[in-house]
Design a protein around this ligand. Structure first.
Ligand SMILES: NC(=O)C1=CN([C@@H]2O[C@H](COP(=O)(O)OP(=O)(O)OC[C@H]3O[C@@H](n4cnc5c(N)ncnc54)[C@H](OP(=O)(O)O)[C@@H]3O)[C@@H](O)[C@H]2O)C=CC1
Ligand SMILES: O=C(CO)COP(=O)(O)O
Length: 770
């Protein structure tokens, strides 16, 4: 990971100065600029790794324009630290930046961060939000310290809306406190405000859960409960009878809630959004109502239920009360072809929102339906599902799905295409789908979101002002993937009990079969290894491999010991091993499989398989019979078998009869190596089955494999989420990552992430650096 060394901060107010202090104490070189500085903007930004925007919203667009005019390249990562909303087009600060710097990585920094407390060295936490994981990690690293805890998330929009909207609410709470209305009134105001914030979030298509994190609820609480907040102070002073001008002069700093309230009032009236608190604050600020009238107006609103969708069996009812109401706003999701080809069941994954399939998507799906691969099968499944829906009504008029949402197929009208911005070719399928979504956005009273796995289409949508999302229903955050291991600190006598009695009762939350390193808390170099047994909440010792090793292979590090333990336990029917090249995952799995089949005879056969995805450019037509054609793809497995059966040492020395050995096993029907293509439709009883390179499979494909497991079969999935050759999955949406998370609570499954490379120093270095 690239490390940030130089940061340029634009804005020399309270926040910019505090951010500079945080970065300097982490050893970064920091340059700060404001419109009054003597140093030039160009000199401040030149060669900096981070460009941090910390000017008030009022100056953000003009400062961004000045930076863009300098044309300094797109290497630096932007960090947007401003909290506000632009009055033109309701753009958030990072959107204003991305309009001008479309090629640069953009991150958002936001959280409960009253600058005064942070500059005094008091502890605080914040969020770095970005769609660009790498950029978020670099910025996280630059700011994180033992007094400033930095989290990341992938919802910059929700993160920024939380930060902008809480300023308005802080003004309202300041008024409430200034009028001495008490704690009950303040709590009611903050709670109802959360509903209002969520409503805005739903309108823009932000993620609901973001508003319950640090940048949402966290910042709302900090700003509404601390007199340090300038926005709160403005409200408090208004309640004391001061004019807005006098209040702003007195605080002598930015109170973003003033302009944000006006922007929200405009949004509410133009888009028909119910934002009573923001509307009242705006009227108060413009001196159209008094503080007392503002409060009276809020209290005199129509009586209504707190929970709008009571007694409906929908997911939102499991969420806190205040959020149910904003979720009542339905959205229209327009689905791209690649979403349905990736997951035909996507049709059922949008709760009670409305779904639209542009006719172009149907035509594209039709083109794939004869394919003999996964994509073809999914295309056929979509066609069958849509055909089945026809019995419920006309797809063009819309049919109601079981969850309550409407599904309709929308024809492409000429007028839709005419509305596309010039420069977008009307006869491209992507643009036709975009045109339908844009037209619906204009016709619809509800938020419209284009869902596509195509990054470029999402960028085009963004450029045309349409909200676009990746399809993430089966996505797992890879950076937070369950590792399968944990450390437990114990007293020396507890370690003795574990050793003496062959186990130890353990309190605490662990996953079934989680590998535990028991650390002596008085001597950290003294450790014992065990595995958590969930049935009786005990940690038990690992299975000891024979002295000769497993098929002569010995574990070389702790992670490999954990992996072998899972591989050797016959009660564990599913093992997942994730690790980069050279960590030994495939070798261990093959060694354990051979041992179980040939030595212990516990399984009737070792079946090793891998999906066929060429690495790099395809070789084209290959001569020979099936085995010969498959040889290049199966060679990595054969290399592992060579190594084990030939008893090769680490210098690569091997006896000359090695090839004979694995072919002997195949002749005896103890070993079978075959591509995954041949697995579908079969039942696989009493076999030790290894699926190598499982990161190239979709969740749906993995399901097909796991459901083939017959009586007494053990399945081992191995892979490296950073080496994906399948264009339809990524580190977070591939089947291997998906299975790790889905099975982590199951007693018949175990997982280990292997981090340490053991192949060679060069292999290890390459896997880390490249
Ligand atoms: N203070 C805090 O605790 C936090 C603040 N924030 C956010 O950070 C942003 C900045 O806040 P903060 O530093 O506290 O505010 P200050 O009022 O202390 O400073 C504002 C900064 O913005 C600059 N600025 C204001 N208007 C313009 C303009 N029209 N053109 C160019 N520059 C301009 C000012 O320049 P000059 O110095 O020349 O006047 C100054 O550098 C706000 O959006 C705020 O919500 C976020 C988290 C915490
Ligand atoms: O954003 C802030 C705290 O997170 C600062 O709030 P004020 O701008 O109201 O002081």
């Amino acid at each position: 990971m690239q490390e940030a060394k130089v940061a340029a901060i634009l804005g020399a107010g309270a926040w910019g100065t505090t951010l500079a202090q945080l970065l300097r104490s982490n050893g970064l070189e920091v340059r700060q600029w404001s419109r009054r500085s003597e140093t030039s903007l160009a000199a401040t930004l030149a060669e900096a790794d981070l460009w941090i925007m910390a000017v008030s919203m009022a100056g953000l667009a003009s400062v961004a324009d000045q930076v863009a005019a300098l044309q300094l390249g797109d290497r630096a990562i932007w960090v947007s630290a401003t909290k506000g909303l632009a009055d033109l087009g309701w753009r958030t600060p990072s959107q204003v930046l991305s309009d001008r710097f479309p090629l640069q990585p953009i991150t958002v920094l936001s959280g409960p961060n009253l600058s005064k407390e942070i500059s005094q060295g008091l502890p605080a936490a914040t969020v770095i939000a970005s769609r660009d994981r790498h950029a978020a990690a670099v910025v996280q690293q630059a700011f994180a310290s033992d007094r400033f805890r930095v989290y990341t998330n992938r919802d910059p929009l929700g993160t920024e809306l939380g930060g902008a909207l809480k300023n308005v609410i802080a003004i309202a709470v300041g008024v409430c406190d200034g009028l001495c209305l008490g704690a009950n009134a303040r709590s009611a105001l903050v709670t109802r405000a959360l509903a209002e914030i969520l409503r805005v979030g739903a309108y823009f298509g932000a993620r609901t859960e973001t508003f319950f994190g640090l940048s949402g609820l966290g910042d709302l609480l900090a700003t509404c409960t601390s007199p340090l907040s300038r926005n709160y102070q403005v409200g408090f002073r208004l309640a004391q009878g001061e004019s807005l001008a006098a209040a702003l002069t007195a605080i002598a700093a930015t109170a973003e809630g003033v302009s944000t309230a006006r922007v929200l009032a405009q949004l509410a009236s133009r888009e028909g959004l119910e934002l009573p608190i923001a509307a009242c604050v705006a009227e108060l600020l413009d001196n159209r109502i008094s503080p007392t009238t503002a409060i009276e107006r809020l209290m005199a609103r129509d009586l209504k239920a707190e929970l709008v969708r009571e007694n409906q069996n929908v997911a939102s009812n499991t969420l806190p009360l205040a959020i149910a109401e904003p979720l009542a706003m339905k959205k229209t999701y327009v689905l791209d072809t690649n979403v349905l080809l990736h997951d035909p069941m996507a049709l059922f994954r949008f709760e009670d929102n409305d779904l639209v399939i542009p006719i172009t998507v149907i035509e594209e799906i039709d083109r794939f339906k004869k394919d003999l691969n996964e994509r073809g099968r999914n295309a056929r499944q979509i066609s069958r599902l849509l055909d089945g829906f026809r019995s419920k009504g006309h797809l063009i008029e819309g049919i109601t799905l079981d969850h309550g949402g409407k599904l309709r197929v929308v024809m492409l009208e000429k007028t839709f295409l005419e509305q596309l911005p010039s420069g977008l070719i009307a006869n491209a399928n992507d643009n036709a789908i975009l045109a339908v979504a844009l037209a619906l956005q204009q016709q619809n009273g509800q938020p419209t979101i284009l869902v596509t796995k195509d990054t470029n289409l999402r960028i085009k949508a963004d450029a045309t002002g349409l909200c676009a999302e990746d399809y993430e229903s089966d996505k797992i955050d890879f950076s937070e993937l369950y590792s399968g291991t944990a450390e437990v600190y114990l007293a020396p006598d507890q370690l003795q009990v574990f050793r003496r009695e062959g186990g130890l009762d353990l309190s605490g939350e662990f996953f079934p079969n989680q590998a535990l390193t028991l650390v002596d808390e008085t001597n950290l170099s003294h450790t014992l290894l065990g595995r958590y047994r969930a049935s009786d909440r005990r940690v038990v010792p690992l299975i000891q491999p024979p002295k000769m090793g497993i098929s002569r292979i010995h574990a070389r590090n702790r992670e490999q010991q954990f992996a072998l333990d899972l591989l050797l336990d016959d009660n564990i029917q599913l093992v997942t091993l994730v690790g980069k090249a050279g960590t030994g995952k495939t070798l261990l799995a093959v060694a354990a499989g051979l041992h179980k089949v040939a030595d212990e005879r516990h399984f009737s056969r070792l079946l090793v398989s891998r999906p066929i995805f060429p690495m790099g450019r395809d070789l084209g037509f290959l001569p020979g019979d099936l085995q010969e054609k498959l040889a290049p793809w199966m060679q990595p497995i054969i290399d592992n078998l060579d190594f084990i059966l030939g008893g090769a040492n680490n210098n690569g020395d091997r006896p000359s009869n090695k090839q004979q050995n694995y072919q002997d096993l195949m002749g005896m029907n103890l070993l079978q190596i075959e591509p995954l293509t041949y697995i579908r439709g079969r039942s696989i009883p009493r076999q030790f089955m290894i699926v190598d390179e499982a990161q190239n499979l979709t969740p749906h494909e993995i399901k097909t494999i796991l459901t083939r497991a017959g009586e007494g079969t053990k399945i081992v999935l191995t892979g490296d989420a950073y080496q994906i050759d399948n264009p339809y999955v990524d580190a977070s949406s591939n089947g291997l990552t998906y299975v790790v998370e889905k099975f982590k609570n199951e007693a018949i499954a175990g997982h280990i992430t292997l981090e340490r490379g053991e192949r060679s120093p060069l292999a290890e270095l390459s896997a880390n650096l490249l």
